[in-house]
Design a binder for this molecule. Sequence first.
Ligand SMILES: Nc1nc2c(ncn2[C@@H]2O[C@H](COP(=O)(O)OP(=O)(O)OP(=O)(O)O)[C@@H](O)[C@H]2O)c(=O)[nH]1
Ligand SMILES: [Mg+2]
Ligand SMILES: [Zn+2]
Length: 297
Amino acid sequence: MVIAHFGRDLVVEDIAGRLHLCSARKKLGRIVCGDRVRWQTSGPEQGVVTAVDARKSLLARPDPRGEERPLAANVDRLIIVCAPEPPLSEALVDRYLVVAELIGAQPLLLVNKSDLLAPAARAHLEERLAAFRQLDYPVLFTSTREGDQVATLMAHLNGHTSILVGQSGVGKSSLVRLLVPDAEIRIGQLSDASGLGKHTTTETTLYHLAGGGDLIDSPGVRDFQLWQATAEDLQRGFRELRDYQGQCRFLDCRHNGEPGCAVAAAIETGHVDTRRLASYRTLLQQALAREKDRYPA
Ligand SMILES: Nc1nc2c(ncn2[C@@H]2O[C@H](COP(=O)(O)OP(=O)(O)OP(=O)(O)O)[C@@H](O)[C@H]2O)c(=O)[nH]1
Ligand SMILES: [Mg+2]
Ligand SMILES: [Zn+2]
């Protein structure tokens, strides 16, 4: 199992738990944390990856040039971490939720640093997040300082491969240190295995949870855009829209102001959240603009 990568160098954990610094043949493409690989020894604690097992899921994000950059493989839980600071962005949460739906990972929304929230501020955030709860997305308030809801979080993680995603500074690595007691040891082993210094673990790293399952820490983002999602992807990625599939006047309705749209009617009755629909429509415009660029008339 690949537990870390530094550029093209991978740290592979064998079945006995030993770590090996491996290179990979270029034709295998990018190999990431969570990948299961076949490898051969090429020296002491060194190896060459020769094949990658089929992935159950692949989480990717765009690199600065807008190219797809795989981040982690085989994750089945996407832990979207927010905090009072930097301020919560529902639109960012929406985009992460789309990705979770598309890769088939169960999302979980965390508001970390809950110790910084006075009761009124917490109530206000609860209100802003109510629409996500309504859609059956679990929402937890956690604190690595006070241990708020950490046991509940652990219960969500046990037995799964989860990845922590979110903006820089929301406390992802702090959560790892809290949930994985031997995290520091692991980081030490990694820097030994990689031959790199202690503070080079800037890329994604996979940790084992004591109770079974794995937890992947990922580097924070400033933003996370859906650079590839199509109109159809968005209709799948906004889970509430699926309920209206086939109920609009037009079979190919995009719920974007068409007459006889069942989603527009659901806004009237309060069954669809106005802010979520506006968010969907913004992403839809971007998707349609991309499609136009790709296939100019
Ligand atoms: N008050 C408070 N501070 C926290 C909590 N969790 C983490 N912090 C602090 O928030 C800062 C950022 O924490 P990190 O864990 O490095 O954040 P990160 O999400 O890993 O950031 P990147 O690696 O840049 O993406 C640190 O100073 C932590 O001590 C918390 O629950 N409460
Ligand atoms: Mg971090
Ligand atoms: Zn419609």
